[in-house]
Ligand binder design. Structure first.
Ligand SMILES: NC(=O)c1ccc[n+]([C@@H]2O[C@H](COP(=O)([O-])OP(=O)(O)OC[C@H]3O[C@@H](n4cnc5c(N)ncnc54)[C@H](O)[C@@H]3O)[C@@H](O)[C@H]2O)c1
Length: 493
């Protein structure tokens, strides 16, 4: 077990007054657990259990960052503080809500989404409840606040934290809590959705679902279907932003509610694959800062939407790329574009001897790499996933095959196979673009998150074109009619 840290710090951007207010906010949240021994508006001594903690807020040490208004809250532990008490302090210091200064800056990075409450008239979302399962990145804070401006009452919004290790996850969580939302955990999703439905039905509110990855629909239909059948009125509709979410709805022959499919829209196709693969590869380079990829072998598994874009990107970055898809058609398509395509993954792994293997298969029928693939590896290498959650590689199989495993900290876990080959599972198999990172820049996600809000407003105020089930054509028409595509072009020329 690792030893507890001695200090914890979190940076934020703001003014001197906001730094003071931040310290007060931290003390308020610690209130029930500490006694203030003394101090001023910059540094305070606290009694925590039997020990003491010093906590302060002030400019960061780097003079350039300090000049630009970067502050930090720092807490330092005396040895007498118990591990549990210290964990409570660490949690509060990590969870600094965004300052007004930061929120103004964030809004400016997403002018399309920020402008929706002005361009869409009235409060179309008033009188609705909402369930949201969107990545807890800073862009989500913007989206939620604009949804509130469009009429949602924070008390009627539940967000489910997917529990990925996003760079600002603690700060996003606390910011949402302080807006008055209910923040629940993916690990408790079934009960969390039940609690939301109870709250909404007590108030007689219908719920709009904004989902990213098919998290909410299947739980609603599998666990609360009895309530939904008679009372389809409980759910107004579902906005889904990613194709894997649409796949998760496939098993349901008849969907009782309309789906606004940003995932399958023409608009989404223009942005996502490039942005995701670019941010993922850049993050891998950041995590593996001393590694060199140029001139070395890479294998890409899965040639759907993400795979071909990743192949292109890796070739541009001078990697030698071999691709593999279990479906012959995308494989043929890639071959026609001059890509080396393998007909067997085992064979590709043993002959190419890749330094890195990227998984973009979606793992719909199970992990793309299992024991036989791990055993085919001939050199030390990295496994990097883009697929949702940690489904791409058989993590349990890898761990049980390994003779030894060792944490590599933020990078992930290294497994020493009986053959002597060391396999590093980057981000422990979770999507590389979200790992201590924020995936695409806000200016790229601006269009996607604005589309989701347009979807919610359309289903709330003008759903005539939408029927229960999938509505791909109607989604394209609504997004085009909303004017956001032209506005995005104007804003980002
Ligand atoms: N990390 C992110 O930000 C992000 C963004 C978008 C999509 N995704 C996820 O990435 C995954 C891939 O997305 P996509 O849109 O490219 O999916 P897709 O369905 O378009 O493509 C998947 C491809 O993988 C192939 N495949 C499936 N199983 C395979 C296997 N075992 N071996 C080899 N090939 C296999 C399929 O034939 C298909 O061609 C999905 O899980 C999706 O949810 C992640």
């Amino acid at each position: 077990m690792s030893r507890p840290s001695r200090a914890v710090r979190t940076e934020f951007v703001g003014t001197a007054a906001e730094a003071e207010a931040m310290l007060m906010d931290v003390l308020r949240r610690l209130e029930s657990r500490v006694v203030v021994l003394g101090g001023d508006n910059a540094i305070v001594d606290l009694q925590v259990g039997e020990g003491t903690v010093h906590i302060g807020a002030g400019p960061v040490a780097d003079d350039l960052d300090a000049k630009a208004g970067t502050y930090e809250v720092t807490a330092m532990r005396r040895s007498e503080v118990t591990t549990a008490d210290w964990a409570g302090v660490v949690d509060v210091v990590r969870r600094l809500p965004f300052t007004e200064t930061e929120r103004e800056k964030l809004d400016r990075t997403m002018p399309l989404t920020s402008g929706l409450p002005t361009s869409i008239r009235g409060d179309p979302l008033a009188g609705l409840a909402a369930l949201m399962t969107i990545h807890h990145m800073r862009d989500f804070d913007v989206m939620v606040r604009k949804a509130i401006d469009l009429g949602l009452d924070p008390a009627d919004i539940t967000v489910i934290d997917k529990e990925y290790r996003y760079e600002f996850r603690h700060r996003v969580d606390e910011s949402l809590v302080q807006l008055g939302l209910t923040v629940e955990r993916y690990s408790d999703i079934v009960a969390a959705i039940g609690r939301h439905l109870d709250r909404a039905s007590r108030k007689g509110l219908r719920t709009i679902v904004l989902d990213d990855g098919g998290y909410v629909g299947p739980v609603l239909f599998d666990h609360y279907g009895d309530r939904l059948q008679g009372v389809v009125g409980l759910i107004l509709g579902l906005i889904e932003q990613t194709v894997s979410g649409i796949w998760k709805l496939r098993p349901y022959e008849t969907l009782p509610v309309p789906v606004f499919s940003v995932a399958e829209s023409r608009l989404k196709k223009t942005i996502e694959a490039y942005g995701v693969t670019d941010s993922g590869f850049r993050n891998v380079q950041r995590l593996l800062r001393d590694e060199m990829f140029e001139g070395r072998g890479a294998v890409v598994i899965g040639l759907g939407r993400l795979g071909p874009e990743l192949v292109k990107l890796l070739r541009e970055r001078h990697l030698r790329v071999t691709a593999y898809d279990q479906d012959a058609l995308p494989a043929l398509e890639a071959e026609k574009c001059g890509v080396d395509v393998a007909t067997s993954l085992v064979e590709a792994l043993s002959s190419v001897k890749p330094i890195v293997i990227f998984g973009c298969s979606g793992a719909a029928l199970g992990p793309a790499m299992t024991a036989e693939h791990f055993e085919a590896l001939k050199r030390d290498c990295y496994l990097v996933s883009f697929t949702s959650r940690n489904d791409e590689f058989d993590v349990v199989g890898l761990a049980s095959l390994a003779a030894h495993s060792e944490s590599r900290g933020r990078v992930g876990t290294a497994y020493r196979l009986p053959s002597g080959v060391e396999v590093t599972l980057v981000a422990d198999g979770y999507p590389a673009n979200f790992h201590y990172a924020e995936s695409m820049p806000n200016r790229s996600s601006d269009l996607i998150l604005a589309s989701m809000l347009v979807g919610a407003c359309t289903l709330a105020s003008d759903p005539r074109d939408f029927v229960p089930g999938h509505n791909v054509g109607a989604t394209d028409r609504a997004l085009e009619a909303s004017g956001i595509i032209a506005a995005y072009q104007r804003l980002y020329q």
